[in-house]
Structures are given as structure tokens and as C-alpha cells.
Design a protein around this ligand. Structure first.
Ligand SMILES: Cc1cc2nc3c(=O)[nH]c(=O)nc-3n(C[C@H](O)[C@H](O)[C@H](O)COP(=O)(O)OP(=O)(O)OC[C@H]3O[C@@H](n4cnc5c(N)ncnc54)[C@H](O)[C@@H]3O)c2cc1C
Length: 332
């Protein structure tokens, strides 16, 4: 595959990112190119690096608020879709490309009678986004059974990172501490799975789906806007401030669940949502003395973002005794 051919045939200029985010919000990317294989993903990110072009990866766009001004440089839309299962008698391991839809992977595991990621059945987005944010639900998260992630640090060769190196915490990882423009790219993830009866897994998945339907609002959202502060719930705090139903332009704090902000008209802007974020944060701070931390990520050109963390985040998260595993290591 020639990278220039790929760019020529697939690149879209000034492409509105609202088309690629679950909230249906976001200004244009200077350049957007879809990667369909891990090799294409690596080549695109490396090429952008070589020519000094900022580059971010978008998976399902389910955990980001893209600014109305959009994103400068290259957006790589991650549509890598391969999965490789290694079956053993009582267990299994799957290596999934980072662009695999997490819910699809969960469904595939259930169908094969493999337990471990059925909690993700209703979680939008890709495997890569889930590793970055340590996605989770109902007491389980990516960190619970991630074996290794294959990661491309900018300007380096791909390497495998252990969960320890990824420094997972609640909706947090060593990767998430970077700004999207300099973040190492997740290429694939290996999960440890256990054999179980398909009917048990189907039942658990159905329970999770029912709980989700009962508690989460329909419509275009980014999922939970804020992380839950220790010992409390962001939704409860925002609700207690009387902010359910508050509106700015086409955006509203959901009357169903106050930690979900909905693009009610399909025409909400990132500025509308940001105004609601500021309103919720400031009101909760005044009433409860708690500063809510964003779970979603602000992506693109935003005024007044704090300075980027130093680029050695991964180095600091990488214990000296636990170096990245050889990039030739596959499913073992
Ligand atoms: C209705 C709804 C329900 C949700 N429920 C849950 C839930 O129950 N639990 C939960 O944890 N989350 C939930 N979320 C949030 C979202 O599903 C997760 O955060 C998901 O993991 C995001 O994945 P993504 O591919 O969409 O990431 P994106 O939004 O595309 O990206 C998020 C960030 O990660 C970066 N990124 C994406 N892919 C890569 C990669 N391969 N390498 C490096 N960086 C990358 C992006 O640049 C961006 O900075 C929900 C969202 C919605 C809309």
C-alpha cells in the first residue's frame, strides 16, 4: 500500500467531524483519512509525523466534544476491524484491532461462549478508545482483563504495553494523560477470556442492556459528561443543583440523567455544550465545593485549554522493571 495513493484516493478535506461523533457535533478536520488496516493506521500517523502535521485518531467519536472550529491537521478515522481468537480448553485470548467496535467484539465473544467483555455490549466506540479511557460498566472495565495493548509511540516502532505500563485508573490511563495530538496510538488490544455457557452470557448481556435502557437517555450524546467524584455521582450532584433540563442553544442537560448532555435538535454546537459544562461545574462547585472532572475529552481548537502534560508521561508510567515487550510477540 502506497501512502500517497491512499491519501489521494481517500482523503477528505474540510470534512465536518459532526458526522463521526455520537453527539453529532464538531467542526471540520483539515484532512480526514480512513484507515482500514493497522498497517494503514501506522503509515498515516508516521507520514503526518514526518511532514510535521498534527494528527489525531478518531474511533467511534463517543467520548469527545469536537470544537466548532474543528481540528487542524490530519484526523485518522480508525476503521481497522480484524479480530484474532486463540482458543484453549478453558480459556481464550482475543487480539482485536483498535478500530473494532467494542460492542461488536463483546457480541462476538458471547457467541463463542467467551466471558470477560460482555459488560461492553452497550458501550459505543472502539477498542482503541476504550483502552485510552479504560471504559467500563457495572463494576468491570477494560483493565479487568486486558492482557497487553500494542501501542505506537510517535516516531517509534510499535511495542506492547502491559496494564501496569498503561497505569489504568477510573476512566483513566497513561495514554489519556496526553493531548490527542501527541498521544501514542493504540493499534490493537489483547484480552484474556474465560469459557462460559453462551446462555449465561446472553442473560448477563441482556441484563446490562436493560439497566442501560432504564437509566440512560436516548438521543445524540457523549455518554457520561463528568467522572463521578469519590463517594458520589456527578449526575446526582447536577440534579441536586436543579439543572436537569437546562438548555443552551440546541444542547440540554438530560431530564432523564443529569450527567448526560443531549444534542436535542441535531443542531447543537460545541459552544452550546461547553456552556452547559461550565454551568454544571460552576453550580456544583458553588453548592457542594466539588470540582467535576470531565470524562469526555475536548478535541480540536479550544481557547483557554491548560498546557499539555510533558511528553514523558508514558516513560514515567513505565516501571523500569517492566519494559515494553518485543513487538514481534503476538498472542502469547
Ligand atoms: C450513549 C453512550 C453511552 C456510553 N456508555 C459508556 C459506559 O457505560 N462506559 C464507558 O466507559 N463509556 C461509555 N461511553 C463513552 C464511550 O463509549 C467510551 O469512552 C468509548 O470507549 C470511547 O471510544 P471511542 O472509540 O468512541 O473513542 P473516541 O471518542 O473516538 O476517542 C476518545 C479519545 O481517544 C482517542 N483515541 C481513540 N482511538 C484511539 C486509538 N486507537 N489510539 C489512541 N487514541 C485513540 C481520541 O483521539 C480521543 O482523544 C458512552 C458513550 C455514549 C455515547
Amino acid at each position: 500500500m502506497d501512502i500517497l495513493d491512499l491519501l489521494k484516493s481517500r482523503a477528505k478535506r474540510n470534512e465536518p467531524l459532526a458526522r463521526y461523533t455520537t453527539a453529532r457535533i464538531g467542526g471540520p478536520a483539515d484532512l480526514l483519512v480512513e484507515a482500514r488496516t493497522v498497517e494503514e493506521l501506522v503509515a498515516l500517523v508516521n507520514r503526518a509525523d514526518e511532514v510535521g502535521m498534527p494528527c489525531i485518531v478518531v474511533g467511534g467519536g463517543a467520548n469527545m466534544l469536537v470544537s466548532d472550529a474543528g481540528v487542524r491537521g490530519l484526523v485518522v478515522l480508525n476503521r481497522t476491524r480484524a479480530t484474532r481468537f486463540e482458543m484453549k480448553e478453558l480459556s481464550a485470548r482475543v487480539e482485536a484491532d483498535s478500530g473494532v467496535v467494542l460492542a461488536t467484539l463483546a457480541r462476538e465473544c458471547i457467541e463463542r461462549g467467551l466471558a470477560g467483555i460482555e459488560w461492553a455490549i452497550g458501550v459505543p466506540g472502539t477498542v482503541g478508545g476504550a483502552v485510552v479511557g479504560n471504559a467500563g460498566a457495572y463494576g468491570t472495565e477494560v483493565a479487568t482483563n486486558l492482557h497487553l495493548a500494542r501501542v505506537l509511540r510517535r516516531g517509534r516502532q510499535p511495542e506492547y504495553w502491559t496494564p501496569r505500563q498503561l497505569a489504568f485508573a477510573y476512566r483513566q490511563s497513561a495514554l489519556k494523560r496526553y493531548r490527542p495530538e501527541s498521544r501514542p496510538i493504540v493499534l490493537s488490544a489483547l484480552f484474556d477470556l474465560k469459557r462460559d455457557h453462551r446462555v449465561n452470557l446472553e442473560r448477563r448481556a441482556a441484563e446490562f442492556q436493560a439497566r442501560r435502557r432504564a437509566s440512560q437517555p436516548p438521543g445524540a450524546t457523549m455518554g457520561s459528561m463528568f467522572k463521578n467524584p469519590p463517594g458520589d455521582y456527578a449526575g446526582r450532584l447536577i440534579d441536586a443543583c436543579g439543572l436537569k433540563g437546562a438548555r443552551r442553544g440546541g444542547a440540554m442537560i438530560s431530564p432523564v440523567h443529569a450527567n448526560f448532555f443531549v444534542n436535542t435538535t441535531g443542531q447543537a454546537t460545541a459552544t452550546d455544550v461547553k456552556a452547559l459544562i461550565d454551568l454544571a461545574r460552576e453550580t456544583v462547585r458553588q453548592q457542594f465545593g466539588i470540582w467535576l472532572e470531565l470524562e469526555i475529552e475536548l478535541v480540536g481548537d479550544w481557547p483557554d485549554l491548560p498546557p499539555e502534560e510533558p511528553d514523558d508521561t508514558a516513560q514515567r508510567a513505565t516501571p523500569a522493571l517492566d519494559p515494553p515487550t518485543d513487538s514481534s510477540t503476538r498472542l502469547d
